[in-house]
Write a protein that binds this ligand. Structure first.
Ligand SMILES: NC(=O)c1ccc[n+]([C@@H]2O[C@H](COP(=O)([O-])OP(=O)(O)OC[C@H]3O[C@@H](n4cnc5c(N)ncnc54)[C@H](O)[C@@H]3O)[C@@H](O)[C@H]2O)c1
Length: 470
């Protein structure tokens, strides 16, 4: 299907510039790059870079999807001032009922309920008293719900990955551009404490020019497979190759590299192992032999950007490994790493000596000592964490980052500011699934990453969070 609609041609790109790919062009005089169609921007429509909506004094929200993840979001919102939880929706009434208890415990009025039929959520989107539709369903439902909500004049926040194929990605972009409504993906990992501190360090040039970043989703899901509604997640793995859950790695990586704020991804290549864990799990559970299980146990995607940077992303939800999002950066003056050991390696500099006056022999060959790391993290604590860390840790949600994500979303809506993540971030961080699949199914061929901004990727110079000017 993807192939039919979007793979117009395998084009031989004869003249790849030497700076982009010196080896390949020298060796063969050209390589084949798969290009997908970039739909023309509809007439009269503009990009949504820096999109703002009128300030919303009290943010009124409706939640769709109250499975494992959804109720946590409802609970977090009960802690955010000047918000109103207007409506709750899940296919299954008992899930709505359970979420109502969260409101009762927080001494808040009950919300309107939508459940029982597969399209009850439409009525929620049609309500006149909602500013934001917050979508926490399985992946198949993200896009129809987000599109319908925007068409009904609502801003949208949608869980990760925002969309699973290019047709849907472009539909979200076109609809956000036409309706001028926010469509933000709920990528929480960009707010984690090490990540946001390190981003702040990067923005203060501590690492020099950042050249390479790595991220991953390495999480053995054995204990969870049976808990997903209607087996949606294992089914997805059964039917699709490539990295279908790339956004936790991509989000922090792309913010470090200022993707569509001065740089853009140009080309990717994906490669996977054979599928072992998925079919073995199904065999163990059902006795059935699955011969055509698609998702490889371990998938790697590498990406090169316009400014000559690289990104490496990994996905493994099958094997017994410690949880890891990798999160690693290499810069001309320094290095940062989160999993399995958090740390920094930096060239000795006058700046570093100021942070670590008691250390004589600092060198870039190893991690800085723990006390120096702590001093750096204190010095470069992000203003968002300065304000929110204490409360975030109290409210929780993956150690606090989920609360920070929700709080920032509300803050930006209340103040009429651009959101921290726009629909192009959703597109760029989610596109590894369809583009990686094209790469893998065509002998790991390079695939051009479309410019989802359609020409606006260089308008903003450098990724920055928006704050009210004091
Ligand atoms: N950001 C993170 O850290 C994180 C963590 C976990 C899950 N997620 C994402 O959250 C989403 C939900 O995951 P989950 O683990 O809660 O899955 P889940 O299967 O537990 O929950 C999905 C819910 O959607 C409901 N649903 C399905 N169809 C519906 C419909 N037509 N109308 C209303 N409700 C419907 C189901 O009844 C179910 O309660 C996924 O997109 C997942 O990727 C993100």
């Amino acid at each position: 299907m993807i192939k039919k609609i979007f793979l117009v041609a395998l084009i031989a790109v004869v003249a790849i510039s030497c700076t982009q790919c010196p080896f390949t062009s020298k060796k063969s005089g050209g390589v084949k790059i798969i290009e997908t169609v970039v739909p023309e921007r509809p007439a009269g429509q503009k990009d949504v870079i820096g999109l703002t909506v009128d300030p919303i004094d009290t943010v009124r929200v409706g939640f769709i999807g109250l499975g494992m993840r959804g109720p946590g979001a409802v609970k977090r919102w009960t802690f955010i001032p000047k918000t109103k939880i207007v409506a709750l929706c899940d296919l299954r009434p008992e899930r709505v009922e359970n979420a109502q208890k969260i409101l009762t415990e927080a001494k808040l009025p009950k919300a309107a309920e939508y459940s029982g039929t597969p399209d009850a959520w439409k009525k929620l989107c049609e309500r006149k008293d909602i500013d934001l539709v917050y979508i926490v369903t399985d992946w198949k439902h993200h896009v129809p719900m987000a599109l319908y909500a925007m068409e009904q004049g609502k801003n949208v926040s949608v869980e990760v990955p925002g969309a699973m194929n290019l047709k849907d990605i472009w539909a979200l972009i076109n609809t956000s551009e036409r309706t001028r409504k926010h469509c933000m993906m709920l990528e929480n990992c960009v707010y984690d404490f090490f990540e946001l501190t390190t981003l702040n360090m990067a923005q203060h040039n501590v690492f020099g020019e950042i050249l390479h970043v790595e991220g991953s989703y390495i999480h053995n899901l054995e204990d969870f497979w049976d808990a997903y509604w209607n087996n949606w997640r294992m089914d997805y793995n059964k039917n699709f190759r490539a990295d279908i859950y790339a956004t936790h790695g991509m989000g922090p990586a792309c913010q470090l590299l200022d993707i569509h704020r001065g740089d853009k991804m140009n080309v990717l290549v994906a490669m996977d192992t054979k599928a072992v864990g998925g079919p073995a799990y199904i065999k163990k559970k059902t006795g059935k032999e699955v011969k055509d299980f698609q998702n490889g146990d371990h998938t790697m995607t590498i990406i090169r950007t316009e400014n000559g940077k690289t990104i490496q992303i990994q996905h493994d939800v099958m094997n017994p490994r410690p949880y890891s999002r990798m999160y690693q950066l290499t810069g001309t003056d320094g290095f940062a790493n989160k999993y399995p050991k958090q740390g920094y390696a930096l060239r000795p500099s006058e700046e570093l000596k100021k942070v670590a006056p008691d250390h004589e022999n600092l060198s870039a060959h190893g991690f800085v000592p723990e006390d120096v790391k702590d001093a750096l993290m204190k010095k470069y604590k992000h203003p968002i964490h300065v304000e929110l860390e204490e409360m975030a840790k109290k409210v929780g949600g993956h150690g606090g980052m989920d609360f920070i994500m929700d709080y920032r979303l509300v803050y930006c809506l209340q103040n009429g500011l651009p959101l921290d993540m726009d629909v192009y971030d959703l597109a760029e961080w989610s596109c590894l699934a369809p583009l990686g699949q094209l790469s893998i199914k065509n002998g790991n061929a390079p695939v051009k990453v479309p410019d989802f901004t359609r020409g606006a990727w260089n308008k903003v110079k450098g990724y920055r969070h928006a704050f009210v000017k004091k």
